[in-house]
Design a protein around this ligand. Structure first.
Ligand SMILES: [Zn+2]
Ligand SMILES: [Zn+2]
Length: 629
């Protein structure tokens, strides 16, 4: 070989080696050869000299890369959409908009028109956050349909190589729109002109584990730093965002109607208390005729509505926000409920395989044959779960094609998208599921939504329980009637007078806010105050309680010494779920009107208050918690 050639090859090997180092030491081979144009011989040479190794990696096929294109723009913008688009395009750097649009009002189209301006006209980049990417493939498809290769979809199903490719493409500007769940807010884009947080009310934007952050809060900071316009979109905005819009901190844009002349579906209440009465009355009339198991779960109204849909070959969605077969198992003799040995919550009964499972620590055990307390053998399954509803439906409608979507049926990475695609291809008559089926789905042939039990969650020991119930009911109702056939929603409840139920039925978001806000005043909860939850935990119940009490005392002394006004301490008290994974839990709430004061006080406390190194004692600060369980 000629000297020059050797020299040149060595130089290229060196360049490739340095590049690999700068890429964190790893890169897909195709990337080096195809995009960066190194020759295979250069790579081979490095390998022969022992500087690099080439390994086979199992590459997950990214389904977003091979999903078929969808129709980009079904309608010209409505007047309201156009007004929102104009306002967003004229938005100033760091300005925050709250886009309140009813379900089916075409929020995604507004986002797309904003991105056209920002990305195509101004040549900037953009970030789009969606709550959970596996649950919103249709939304993602629409961005891809319009912006094609400019979109990088960031999701947990990517292989290391694919994730790496996506981040590099964003950093080099090859791709200009990052679409993803909460962590996409950190996408390595420069010159970001717009950030969109879709379904901004969703709890999944809060990362529950360290580093704890709320993607909506992170988006506000990034929009300010990058000079981007921020859009928070929702049919049911969080109370926090709504009050910020009301006070003028955010600018409110409203889409009050569905697009293309669509109407919001009619929602009817089925009062389960009446159903129980009717059942016991009919039992008295026909002695011995017990209502069927189906009849105890599905009211005649819901049953009729389902039968009509099956007849017409239209689709139905059935929501029950509780997975498993039965919520708990109870002794018929002494009333004892089977609980998790590690947590202070009941075990859920699952079938196929038959197990008792803790939904918090995943403890599993075989079902018992006798009560651990009294030895009784009449153990009853109480409280309905999706597995049981699926069985009831399958028994009643033998020829119906039923799909169940909950955590248990979607453990595979692409299970969600597969189920939803089947619904989209009309291969499913009844889609049954937990809250997973309430988000963002747009199937024109779904003309019935049935809620088995609206009260699951309303009585949760959490200050956001009503808000979450209202959001869930509104969102799932919004899945009905998105096509020309219209739609009907039936909500079964024992609490028809509860404002979460009543206002969802009336499509009355502002009415809900009017009733909910006063409940956050006394005692004050967000959005009236900002909240920090300090959680103490440990393996010993006594030392955990002692630590929490000492913490509260320390904090009170600090506030007194500093003369810090406007900060309230509540507690300490045992957490609503007192024990999780064998650890006892106590907590302390710190409330302040000013977020700055809250940060200063809670940080100071967490940094200075000493946690003894025994009994596994730990302390965690959860700023702006989404739940207090
Ligand atoms: Zn018993
Ligand atoms: Zn457990």
């Amino acid at each position: 070989m000629h000297r020059d050639c050797v020299f040149k090859t060595a130089k290229q090997q060196r360049a490739l080696f340095e590049l690999l180092e700068s890429l964190g030491g790893r890169s897909p081979v195709e990337h080096l050869l195809d995009q960066l144009k190194f020759s295979p011989s250069v790579l081979k040479g490095l390998e022969q000299r022992g500087f690099v190794s080439i390994e086979e990696e199992i590459v997950g096929r990214d389904p977003f890369a091979r999903r078929p294109p969808v129709q980009a723009m079904p309608h010209a913008p409505t007047r309201e959409q156009q007004a929102a688009i104009n306002a967003l395009r004229a938005g100033s750097a760091g300005e925050i908009f709250l886009l309140h649009g009813v379900t089916g009002s075409g929020k995604t189209q507004v986002y797309i028109e904003l991105l056209r301006e920002v990305v195509e006209q101004r040549g900037q980049s953009a970030i789009v956050l969606v709550p959970e990417i596996a649950l919103t493939p249709q939304t993602v498809d629409r961005f891809r349909a319009v912006f094609g290769d400019k979109v990088a979809v960031l999701h947990s199903g990517l292989s290391d190589g694919e994730r790496y490719d996506a981040w590099l493409a964003l950093r080099t500007g090859e791709k200009r729109i990052a679409v993803g769940a909460r962590s996409a807010i950190f996408a390595p884009l420069s010159d970001v002109g717009a950030i969109i947080v879709d379904e901004e009310h969703e709890g999944s934007y809060k990362q529950g584990e360290t580093p704890r952050y709320h993607a909506r809060e992170a988006a506000i900071v990034r929009a300010r730093n990058d000079g981007a316009v921020l859009v928070l979109g929702s049919a049911t905005p969080s109370l926090e965002s709504w009050t910020n819009a009301a006070s003028g901190k955010y600018r409110l844009l409203t889409l009050p109607d569905r697009v293309a002349g669509g109407r919001l579906p009619d929602i009817e209440i089925v009062d389960l208390r009446q159903l129980t009465k009717r059942m016991s009355a009919s039992r008295e009339l026909h002695t011995g005729a017990m209502p069927s198991a189906f009849g105890t779960v599905f009211s005649p109204e819901l049953e009729d509505a389902l039968a009509v849909r099956l007849e017409l070959r239209e689709q139905s969605i059935i929501l029950l926000n509780r997975r498993g077969y039965a919520a708990f198992v109870q002794c018929g003799a002494c009333g004892d409920v089977v609980a998790c040995p590690n947590c202070s919550i009941t075990l859920t009964y699952h079938r196929a395989p038959e197990r008792l499972i803790c939904h918090y620590c995943l403890h599993e055990e075989p079902p018992r044959t006798e009560c651990a307390r009294c030895g009784g053998i009449t153990l009853r399954q109480r409280g309905l779960g999706t597995q049981q509803v699926e069985r009831l439906l399958a028994e009643r409608y033998a020829s119906a094609r039923i799909a169940r979507m909950d955590v248990d049926t979607t453990s595979g990475k692409w299970a969600h998208a597969e189920i939803l695609d089947r619904v989209g291809r009309d291969e499913v008559d009844i889609l049954l599921g937990t809250q997973m089926i309430a988000k963002g789905l747009d199937f024109p042939n779904v003309t019935l939504v049935g809620v088995i039990d609206a009260d699951v969650g309303v009585n949760f020991p959490d200050f956001r329980a009503s808000e979450r119930s209202f959001q869930l009911l509104s969102q799932v109702a919004g899945r009905a009637g998105r096509g020309p056939k219209g739609g009907r929603v039936l909500i079964q409840t024992r609490l028809p007078g509860h404002h979460a139920v009543r206002c969802a039925v009336a499509h009355d978001y502002e009415g809900f806010i009017r009733e909910e806000l006063p409940t956050r005043l006394q005692p004050p909860y967000p959005p009236t105050v900002r909240l920090a939850n300090i959680i103490f935990s440990g393996t010993s119940q006594a030392s955990t309680a002692k630590l929490a009490l000492a913490g509260a005392e320390w904090l009170h002394a600090l506030l007194r010494a500093r003369g810090e006004a406007g900060v309230t301490i509540v507690g300490p008290a045992p957490c609503p779920i007192e024990r999780i994974k064998k650890r006892w839990r106590w907590h302390l709430l710190v409330k302040a009107e000013s977020p700055g004061v809250l940060t200063r006080v809670s940080r100071y406390f967490v940094e200075r208050f000493e946690v003894p190194a025994r009994d596994g004692l730990r302390m965690v600060l959860d700023r702006d918690p989404v739940a207090l369980l």
